[in-house]
Design a protein around this ligand. Sequence first.
Ligand code: AMP
Ligand code: ZN
Length: 474
Amino acid sequence: MLKLYNTFSRKIEDFKPINPPHVGIYTCGPTVYREVHIGNFRTYLMADFLRRMLEYNGFKVTHIKNITDVGHMRQVGQGHHAQNIDPIIKEAMDQGKTPLEIAQYYTSLFLEDEKKLNILKANVYPKATEHINEMIEMIKLLLKKEIAYESDGNIYFDVKKFKDYGMLSGNTLDKMDNLLEAVRISVETDKKDSADFALWKKAEKDRLMKWDSPWGSGFPGWHIECSAMSIKYLGKTFDIHTGGEDLIFPHHEDEIAQSEGASGKKFVNYWLHGGYLLVDGEKMSRSKGNVYTISEIEKRVMPGGRQGFDALAFRYLTMMTHYKSKMNFTFEALEGAQTALNRLKETMVAWEKPRIGCAEYEQRFLDAINNDLNMPEALSIVWELVRSDYPTSAKAESLFKFDKVLGLDLAKNQKSKIKNQKLEIPEKVTKLIKERDKFRRQKNFDMADKLRNKIKEIGYDVEDKGNKSVVKKV
Ligand code: AMP
Ligand code: ZN
């Protein structure tokens, strides 16, 4: 049985999809005004392992990942005096581009990085800017049901009208006052209750990104984006929603309130949240300035001389910690992951072609991934299999299967390594082989054997096939 930890129930549950074999997953995607950092990617990798694990089990997954290309922050003041300025708009102003150009540029970088990390493409990457109408329709419905109210061109969700508010995060209304004091950021003096949140915000004068609505020119709140788009592509109730643990409150709590308020139906059956990637014990985040991007790790030079890491080494690294636990990032740990990945691929070069797999290990691997995505356990099973006495053809068959979940390009790499290996014979060895060939032609087998031993000492073996010498790495 497949089990997942559900943040909503705070329990590990048996996974039962609504409409098997189909499974719908919605992943909160990036805000595209900067390069996405590896902390964000840890969370997207969790969603990728989840999706691959479900597909490994025979489910047909529809995966939706939104692109937040609308800025949601209000701006106070104009031009250079502007404060609280929205990051997408700020980046556009700084670079002399339109917000859409900024969003397009960083979206394409994001998609390239996802590809490098072998994150499977989502079925749809809906953009917030292309779904403003769906958001407006949902807000209209909430107003009609009187769960939302208008105040001077702003629309707020009336949290007191949604009795289940707080069930996901535990921030129920009775506990909210203190919390809101702590997180209050903006100047929303026109709300009925401080717990209410914006669905639609009135545009400031000269704001760069704004849309017409029944309530005047404005822009949507952040949470409504994910409600409108997930429901459009997956239906009013769908199977799994993922994100990082910082999205539990308020983002996902508010998504539930809006979606269930509008549809009258349960929004999501399983909520999965990934733990933070930390640097020196602190959350990796733009605002703390402690972020690394994929292109940075690819170029990183280590004190020991290593020139750069593969994006896939980061993928490997994330498997070494359970997705729910926080994980401290260091380049030393990344180096360890890169070494392990290289070793795995190098070991496989000498293996026979895949034939019949090892049933025992395949069962254990399946049990591990189906147990709330226990990737650390899955990795240790991989290494046990590698070190086992099974024939290499069996190990190869099983590992290529596992790679459907691991996503480490093991098969591709094995082929290219075999090709490369032929080119990598050191000059010294080539010279000795030529000399040995000469002795063989002269039928001086004593000398030929001596040279073979010399070649062996360097780590290569020569086999005689007719007139030719075939070299292998020992
Ligand atoms: P954002 O662009 O800030 O909305 O973040 C995109 C995704 O990355 C969200 O699911 C966040 O929860 C997640 N995220 C942000 N920072 C981290 C971090 N340091 N570690 C893991 N996930 C993160
Ligand atoms: Zn979202």
